[in-house]
Design a protein around this ligand. Structure first.
Ligand SMILES: Cc1ncc(COP(=O)(O)O)c(C=O)c1O
Length: 485
């Protein structure tokens, strides 16, 4: 007869030295686990055979304990199917007039530095959803073939714990790519593969900042960066962004000696400004003189529409102050969870140590597939194709905005990336507009929600990564109607 699947049991410490026999200890352990909710109504229990084996006792005490639990109605036994916690059981209500008190041994949870918020526009799937790429254009069949091949070829070695820095051949390939395409100065030894830029930020914050340290962030800026710094105990200092990027002079006026600055020089998130060359040199000069670290987040630099991409900030750095962060979330797909850090040589050992504590090492399989994708030329081909698609979507979006919204708004940030910003007249309530747009199935991000400081410009961040041309035209028309209301 086919055995039913086995369930899992709670941890029960049996002690042969106690006066109570083993079946009694086992019965009490299970009853307690059912009453305090560790075992839920309907949950499958382990078979008496496997439980006896696991506890290294004979089967008899287990059978006796389960029989008792069945007799008392805690457990149901179904022939051929196994044993289950009785589905009718409900957790006992606390006696009337008494509110349950926290367990006396449990500490209070510390006050959370990160607010828990649920912004209505964050979970939407409609047109103009920001920061998402065109995943329906991704070559899934090709990826599936590479993945199947790598899974079959996976060596025993690759099934063990990996290198905390990542899969060596991928790091080599990335170093070559970054040197050529982004003018990043690096060797493969400086590259660490991480689970997206978000993990890169968490590791860098841990490695470079002490609790209480101040760090500049762009304002408006990427909330993910602000939160990573906050979680590391640092104090983010919002610094305004003008048409040249982060305003270094304003930062110096506000907080001249901070431990680090987070910047998105290729395409400021969310305003879309490209940091000018003089501003880059000013930032590097300030970092050199003040001893601050620069966290350069190059999240979507692959997409530029007016001229060739400009070199990374890291490429201009002569003093090893820049930690360069990149991701495959925008150029391939976000669920891949592969990003990378380029670490100054003398900090590599420190970053490696911190990473090993956080999650040991990145999972090897997708890294190996990604390496094949790069080496066999699929990446370059995909990128070229996506540039064409995004350029067309961007053209359609800019034209529709000019046609439908005309002079009532100002368009910024359209020279690169996968989103633009429509600046609204001062006093406009962009959050209300975003909520109303959401009611029509349109996902726009209110610009004011990206500010950490008090001076907030109203506007709408419109992503065109996931939105096809015909949809762009109709959605802008609908948005214009909402703005006129
Ligand atoms: C400024 C910025 N950096 C990085 C990321 C990407 O994060 P990850 O690589 O963790 O997917 C995003 C995505 O939304 C972003 O907007």
């Amino acid at each position: 007869m086919k055995r039913p699947p086995d369930g899992l049991g709670p941890i029960i410490a049996l002690d042969r030295r106690l006066a109570a026999p083993l079946h009694r200890q086992l019965y009490e352990g299970y009853r307690e686990a059912i009453l305090d909710g560790r075992l839920r109504p309907g949950q499958r229990l382990p078979s008496t055979r496997s439980l006896a084996r696991e506890l290294q006792i004979s089967r008899m005490p287990v059978v006796l304990a389960f029989e008792q639990l069945v007799t008392e109605g805690y457990v149901e036994s179904r022939v051929g199917a196994g044993s289950f916690v009785s589905p009718e059981l409900r957790a006992p209500a606390p006696p009337a007039g008494r509110t349950p008190r926290p367990h006396p041994g449990r500490r209070r949870i510390p006050r959370e530095a990160l607010p828990v918020t649920a912004e209505p526009w964050l979970d939407l799937r409609g047109p103009f959803r920001a920061v998402h790429p065109a995943i329906d254009e991704f070559p899934v069949e090709l990826w599936a073939r590479l993945l199947a091949r790598r899974t079959r070829l996976m060596s025993r070695q690759q099934m063990m714990y990996g290198d905390a820095m990542g899969f060596a051949p991928l790091r080599e390939a990335l170093a070559g790519y970054l040197r050529t395409v982004r003018s990043v100065q690096c060797t493969a030894q400086q590259i660490m593969i991480v689970s997206g830029s978000q993990q890169a930020l968490a590791i860098a914050a841990r490695a470079l900042l002490a609790p209480g340290d101040a760090a500049w962030i762009e304002d408006p800026g990427f909330p993910g960066a602000r939160d990573a710094l906050t979680l590391a105990g640092a104090r983010p200092v919002p610094v305004p962004v003008d048409e040249d990027g982060l305003d270094v002079a304003a930062g110096i006026r506000r907080a001249p000696s901070v431990a680090a600055a987070y910047v998105t020089p290729s395409h400021e998130y969310p305003l879309g400004v490209i940091m000018s060359a003089p501003r880059r040199l000013q930032l590097l000069d300030w970092a050199r003189r003040s001893g601050a670290w620069l966290l350069e987040d190059d999240y979507d630099s692959e997409y530029r529409y007016d001229n060739q991409p400009i070199a990374s900030l890291q490429g201009l750095d002569t003093d090893h102050r820049v930690i360069y962060i990149g991701t495959f979330s925008k150029v391939l797909f976000p669920a891949l969870r592969v990003g990378y850090l380029v670490i100054p040589p003398d900090l590599v050992a420190r970053f490696r140590r911190i990473r090993a504590v956080m999650d040991n090492s990145p999972a090897p399989l997708y890294q190996a597939v990604l390496h094949d994708f790069l080496r066999e030329g699929h990446f370059a081909r995909h990128l070229r194709r996506m540039r064409g698609i995004y350029a067309e979507r961007r053209r359609a979006l800019v034209a529709a905005i000019e046609r439908e919204l005309g002079d009532s708004v100002r368009l910024v940030g359209d020279r690169a990336g996968m989103h633009v910003v429509v600046l609204l007249p001062r006093g406009a309530r962009d959050r209300d507009i975003a909520v109303r747009a959401a009611g029509h199935g349109i996902s726009v991000l209110p610009l004011s929600s990206c500010y950490a400081g008090r001076r907030q410009r109203p506007g709408l961040v419109l992503g065109y990564g996931t939105t096809r041309v015909p949809e762009i035209t109709t959605a802008v028309r609908r948005l214009a109607a909402i703005l006129r209301e």
